[in-house]
Ligand binder design. Structure first.
Ligand code: GLY
Ligand code: MN
Ligand code: MN
Length: 431
């Protein structure tokens, strides 16, 4: 699978060389490191999860197409940090045509950049690796007098690699379905666990237990569990409030499995029953989301989807008396952003906000089968909003992960209940 991806990328790239460094190790505090997670581009092309590695793909070398620079075997270090593939493993297990110790990068990288016109490398992502890359280019430049050709273009892999990542293959969709199934179990467990008198983090712990028990590497992003007015804070992450009777709990959480993200939001009442005001807003967000999901078909764009979601919400807010005026004008003036201030969709894949261009030639890109995107409208009414007090402090988002197919949209997270009666039935059973 990884070799096939490299082949496809090499033919999409044309003559040139791609350089992708592994994700750097990040220090958390003093000598403690953050849990390591490989760079998505690197993993997509290699399946190799060790730090201090560099991948070179080239169709300008007589023998090597795939070259890996890796940490060498080191019995003493391996006692502390675990086994390493080493140079031999990089060839025998990971399919490199050649592999070298990472310590030889400075001396060998120039050879791979010599007599090449175009290098695919993401400048600015990892400044310390930029320095090593520039140093290698400098070495090639110094050889120019002896007749070596020097690269004249450094191009962003977005145009090639990220276009491949944007369209998911069968095995990627399988991983995303498995991630969705675990995320379903976690959201169901959260619905059963949440109640007045416990903290948001206690529900988060329950979800993390399900993620890890199923073998997920990690949550795909920091889970958001916002109860009461915290549901109106878009990137709330403290998750430390004691929940009260009458609260809604907004949970935006998904696991990462096989390096693929799921990204799901559900919002439910911790006491088991939506209040009348909560239910009115909930129904509106759900109507908006359903209308938007229906548009996840080939030829439509994320802009089309956002427009429909926005229109349903703005019209509904007028009907409920939260906004006043002509719907078109409210939208064109941006007045609706008082309550719906984010976009409706983003690409989803190895990164929760996945790679791939949103616009092509200046216009929103049409969907094609294999695209995976979220649909996540919401309404957030601040607790000091200028409206009837009964609406204040209500925050609701509903988010699913949608695969575009030749036919109808495939909702990968459809099994996570969101119809309000169904949600209430689950809440009732566990109370
Ligand atoms: N959980 C991040 C997002 O919904 O975009
Ligand atoms: Mn989300
Ligand atoms: Mn999202």
């Amino acid at each position: 699978m990884f070799a096939e991806r490299r082949e496809r990328l090499l033919s999409a790239m044309g003559a040139g060389v791609l350089v992708v460094p592994a994700a750097p190790v990040a220090i958390r505090n003093n000598d403690v490191e953050h849990a390591y997670r490989q760079d998505s581009d690197f993993f997509y092309l290699t399946g190799f999860d060790e730090p201090e590695s560099v991948l070179i793909l080239t169709n300008q070398h007589p023998e090597h197409q795939t070259v890996l620079f890796v940490r060498t075997r080191n019995p003493e270090r391996e006692i502390w940090d675990g086994p390493r593939a080493g140079v031999d493993g990089a060839v025998s297990k990971f399919g490199a045509d050649a592999a070298f110790p990472i310590d030889e990068l400075a001396s060998r990288l120039p050879d791979y950049l010599a007599d090449v016109d175009r290098v695919h490398y993401r400048l600015g992502r990892d400044r310390s690796f930029d320095d090593r890359f520039f140093a290698a280019l400098d070495v090639v430049r110094r050889r120019a007098r002896l007749g070596t050709r020097v690269p004249t273009e450094v191009v962003d892999p977005a145009a090639t690699l990220h276009e491949l990542r944007l369209v998911k293959g069968d095995e990627e969709v399988e991983s995303m379905k498995r991630a969705a199934a675990v995320t379903r179990d976690a959201h169901l467990a959260a619905m059963r666990a949440a109640r007045p008198g416990i903290h948001e983090f206690e529900v988060e712990a329950e979800m993390n237990r399900i993620f890890r028990k199923a073998g997920c590497e990690r949550p795909a992003y920091d889970s958001i569990l916002g109860s009461g007015r915290n549901a109106t804070i878009l990137h709330y992450r403290k998750n430390d409030r004691l929940m009260e009777d009458g609260d809604l709990l907004l949970i935006d959480a998904g696991c990462e499995l096989d390096y693929y993200a799921s990204d799901v939001t559900r919002t439910f009442p911790v006491n088991g029953k939506y209040s009348e005001a909560q239910r009115a807003i909930y129904d509106l967000v759900l109507d908006s989301q359903r209308a938007a999901i229906a548009l996840c078909v080939p030829g439509k764009t994320l802009d089309d989807i956002h427009q429909v979601a926005t229109r349903v919400i703005a019209a509904g807010l007028v009907e409920l008396g939260l906004l006043e005026g002509d719907v078109d004008t409210l939208i064109s003036d941006g007045t609706h952003k008082a309550y719906y201030m984010h976009r409706t969709s983003h690409w989803l894949g190895m990164d929760v906000h996945d790679v791939g261009a949103y616009f092509v030639d200046g216009v929103p890109r049409p969907l094609v089968p294999g695209h995976v995107l979220t649909v996540e409208p919401g309404i957030y009414i601040a607790d000091d909003a200028d409206c009837d007090p009964r609406w204040r402090g209500i925050g609701i988002r509903i988010e699913d992960d949608i695969l575009v197919t030749e036919g109808a949209p495939l909702n990968l997270t459809a099994e996570i209940p969101k119809a309000p009666d169904e949600v209430e039935a689950i809440l009732r059973e566990s109370r």
